[in-house]
Design a protein around this ligand. Structure first.
Ligand SMILES: NC(=O)c1ccc[n+]([C@@H]2O[C@H](COP(=O)([O-])OP(=O)(O)OC[C@H]3O[C@@H](n4cnc5c(N)ncnc54)[C@H](OP(=O)(O)O)[C@@H]3O)[C@@H](O)[C@H]2O)c1
Length: 330
């Protein structure tokens, strides 16, 4: 099967190539696509070199699916061209996520919404994906009323230039281009994406709106504070969930440990809890610090960690392709 990876030279695109190889997706040929400046460069997949081409050549090569991680404006311009040529697109940018005509998919939660008519399928925001994977089994059992989430997000969520800023600051190099308005090394920024009129950031509102759409339930109230911290890889979240019904902590642990794609790490006596450094290169969502919120009835506190470039982006996109393949949609 020919697979186009649009944005193949970027942080997420590189991870998509790794995930396709590791999960043995039935690839016969990779068609790497990037911006004009990268055309002709080589990209490695399973020990073989593939040459980066422009989007027009990629469409002519008729891939079975195109996985996009090339930013919102490229996606708005290019995804419809692939779709019109009959090539399904799985898109990592925010361009299509809240379009009511497009499906927003986390396979463990709502893969079944995809139909043969869907030619552009959106991959949610990284911080939302890891949260809904954990919410879904708990919502099914206890019905979620409200979620309060605070995130601790890695600089890899911003792209390669942000990683360069962090390491340059660490060695006192002022010459590198700054992608954040303040120093990020040894600092914490309560600011991800742009500020909106309501005082929230766009990242915070993505968590609110995308969660309702993926869970298929507008009654779930969500409020978020999204924060950038100087870690390189792995987003962490403190998640407070209020349910309609009461729960039993052992049952919560059991439900989560039986959930596909979730690993429970919760043994505080032995200092076992999820940490971003241990999530690197992993496809699962890790959950720990599972405890009752003693200040309010039917309310649970969790600590949720995942590799934002894997489950938060590349893995989720490849899992959508795997589902479509199994459902004869590719
Ligand atoms: N980082 C994350 O945790 C994360 C998580 C979820 C979703 N995403 C989304 O994934 C996308 C990529 O993020 P990233 O972190 O990988 O960014 P990145 O490292 O800056 O990579 C961007 C990629 O897009 C390519 N590109 C840019 N303009 C293009 C165009 N006009 N046509 C074709 N390719 C073009 C770039 O090619 P060149 O190398 O030629 O410039 C590069 O391959 C963004 O939409 C981002 O919001 C990122």
């Amino acid at each position: 099967m020919k697979i186009a990876v649009v944005g193949a030279t970027g942080l997420v695109g590189t991870e998509i190539l790794k995930v396709l190889a590791e999960r043995n997706f039935p690839v016969t040929e990779i068609i790497p696509v990037a911006s004009e400046k990268s055309i002709g460069k080589q990209v490695e997949f399973k020990g073989k070199q593939f040459t980066v081409v422009g989007y027009e050549d990629a469409i002519k090569m008729k891939p079975a699916v195109a996985i996009f991680s090339a930013g919102g404006s490229s996606s708005l311009a290019l995804a419809p061209l692939f779709a019109e040529a009959g090539i399904p697109v799985i898109d990592n940018s925010s361009a299509w996520r809240m379009d009511p005509t497009k499906k927003l998919v986390v396979p463990e939660v709502n893969a079944n919404v995809i139909t043969a008519e869907d030619k552009i399928i959106a991959n949610p925001n990284c911080s939302t994906i890891q949260m809904v994977v954990v919410m879904k089994p708990l919502h099914d059992k206890y019905k979620i009323k409200r979620v309060v989430v605070s995130t601790y997000q890695s600089v890899t969520g911003t792209g390669k230039a942000a990683v360069d800023q962090l390491f340059a600051e660490r060695v006192g190099d002022d010459s590198v281009k700054k992608v954040y308005p303040h120093k990020i090394d040894l600092n914490v920024l309560p600011h991800i994406d742009v500020f909106l009129d309501n005082g929230y950031t766009k990242e915070e509102m993505k968590m609110v709106n995308e969660t309702k759409k993926i869970m298929g339930d507008d009654s779930i109230a969500v409020t978020a504070t999204t924060v950038r911290i100087p870690t390189v890889g792995g987003h962490s979240e403190a998640v407070n969930i209020e349910f309609e019904n009461d729960f039993d902590l052992d049952e919560v642990r059991r439900l989560l440990s039986e959930t596909e794609g979730v690993i429970v790490q919760d043994d505080v006596k032995n200092f076992v809890y999820p940490m971003p450094i241990n999530s690197h290169g992993k496809d699962e969502v890790f959950v720990g610090r599972i405890r009752r919120d003693e200040s309010q009835a039917n309310t649970l506190n969790l600590w949720v960690v995942a590799d934002n470039l894997r489950k938060g982006a590349a893995t989720n996109a490849v899992q959508i392709a795997e589902y479509m393949l199994k459902a004869n949609l590719l």
